[in-house]
Design a protein. Structure first.
Length: 149
């Protein structure tokens, strides 16, 4: 997993709208980059909606919000449209960004082990370096976890 002080990877990515972006395009801005397992699931929806509900607070503090999951563009777009997200979702179906940040790993559910996205949020500073990592995400209170620290 990327650690505090490390530079973010220089990768071309695709948004839920099918547009190309690169995280390095956001230099000079702070980024809340949140990784979630799957669009339209209860925990992921709670987290994404909580961030969206507090979007203006993030913008006022100079943050750009970007969500990432291994879903395809169409599924990400449906998720964004259904809930009216004001920020970009990255469709990382190749898991290139997910693996670059080190959030693909073993998980357990009902005693079964499987590989998936480990819900994690990275706060990235204006220079494109990791400033903070939140590993124990509270999906319904995620905005306060980020903004109150």
């Amino acid at each position: 997993m990327l650690k505090i002080g490390e530079k973010i990877p220089n990768l071309d990515l695709i948004t839920h709208k099918g547009e190309k972006i690169n995280l390095n395009d956001f230099k000079g801005k702070k980024i809340v980059l949140f990784f979630y397992p799957r669009a339209n699931t209860p925990g992921c929806t709670a987290e994404a909606c909580n961030l969206n509900d507090n979007y203006s607070d993030f913008i006022n503090k100079g943050y750009e919000i970007i969500g990432v999951s291994p879903d395809e563009v169409k599924k990400q777009n449906n998720f964004a449209e259904k809930f009216g997200f004001k920020y970009n979702l990255i469709a990382d179906d190749s898991k290139e960004l997910i693996k670059a940040f080190g959030v693909w790993g073993k998980k357990k559910l009902y005693g079964k082990e499987y590989f998936g996205v480990i819900r994690t949020t990275f706060i990235i500073n204006e220079e494109g370096k990791v400033e903070r990592v939140i590993e124990k995400v509270k999906t319904k209170e995620h905005s306060s976890q980020i903004l109150e620290n």
